[in-house]
Design a protein around this ligand. Structure first.
Ligand code: CO
Ligand code: CO
Length: 327
């Protein structure tokens, strides 16, 4: 199900809205926000999915990291979480234990306490977290604040959908699989803390709708357009080779049909669209920030460990949500 289908389903459901709701489902932000007081809002988010890599510990770590990422994207700090688990009867308990150990380890690194969880029987394993974080109500970073002239910074390489599909089909070289796992396991915590020191205008994290899908959501919500440069977009080693072998995930098609008519292609579209719409797991932060001091922001992100961080384009005055893709 693509972002368009999901929008249609969600918009047909009316929700009770208490006055404390600062951001709810209707804003399609990264996390919901509930204002407790003048200086405290809670951020709530949930994410879980089936295994994306072979090793159960890595899978658990990646799923937990991915779930916490929405809180970091909004400039908050996650502090507590609940496990969500689906597990088949016919798989060894030790596998479940390794998944949960991976999730617990990621949460320990993030200083997030797991308070409990819920497990159901399922045909294939599913794992993730419901996460709660805190943020100052007026210092929250949303996906709606980008302004024309801002630079767009991406903190992790793309291509995790291509490579995890390659892993499932036995087509991903071990070195590619290794760098994809390392990228997906990386917490967006330090990237978030670093960007906050530079007062960014907008941020979102790149996940299932791909770079183009999440960029579209951000600039659409901000009422502007964007221009991105394919040559500046970092991708994981081996991702382009898998693309050339037609090894890409099913979700790419749904992402591309959602993007139809929203992108102005000035490049080899057939090739680039598969990479730029590639559904990401535990992807990086996509930050819109004023160009002044953007080089310092970039240097700080890299120094803090997000070495693939790049300026990939800029926010422009245009029809809201329009993206121009240049070589
Ligand atoms: Co998100
Ligand atoms: Co999410």
């Amino acid at each position: 199900m693509g972002p368009g289908d999901l929008d249609r389903v969600l918009s047909s459901i009316s929700l009770f809205r208490s006055k404390e709701v600062q951001f709810g489902a209707e804003t399609r932000g990264d996390a919901g926000a509930w204002q407790i007081s003048n200086d405290l809002s809670l951020l709530l988010t949930i994410d879980f999915f089936a295994p994306v890599v072979d090793d159960p510990f890595d899978y658990g770590w990646i799923a937990a990291t991915n779930a916490m990422s929405d809180v970091w994207a909004m400039g908050g700090s996650p502090f507590a979480a609940l496990n969500i688990v689906g597990f088949p009867d016919n798989q060894p308990r030790s596998t479940l234990q390794r998944i949960l150990l991976g999730g617990a380890a990621a949460c320990r690194e993030a200083k997030v306490s797991i308070l409990g969880g819920h497990t159901v029987r399922d045909e294939e394993p599913k794992y993730g977290l419901a996460v709660i974080g805190k943020v100052h109500p007026r210092r929250m970073i949303t996906n709606a604040g980008a302004r024309p002239g801002d630079v767009l910074i991406l903190t992790k390489p793309i291509g995790t959908g291509l490579i995890t599909t390659g892993i499932k089909r036995g087509m991903a070289p071990p070195a590619s699989a290794h760098s994809a796992v390392r990228t997906m396991k990386r917490l967006n915590r330090s990237a978030s803390e670093t960007m906050l020191r530079f007062s960014p205008h907008a941020c979102t994290d790149v996940t299932g709708f791909g770079l183009l899908g999440h960029l579209h959501q951000m600039i659409h919500a901000s009422g502007c357009g964007a221009r991105i440069h394919v040559s500046k977009i970092p991708s994981l080693p081996g991702a382009v080779e898998l693309l050339a072998k037609n090894c890409f995930p099913g979700g790419t098609g749904a992402n591309l049909s959602f993007l139809k008519g929203k992108i102005d292609w000035k490049t080899d579209r057939k090739h680039d669209e598969i990479l730029l719409a590639d559904p990401q797991t535990s992807g990086g932060l996509l930050i819109a920030a004023r160009p002044v001091r953007s080089e310092q922001l970039l240097a700080s992100l890299r120094r803090a460990g997000d070495r693939s961080s790049r300026i990939i384009g800029e926010v422009v005055r245009s029809r809201p949500g329009r993206i121009e893709v240049l070589p």
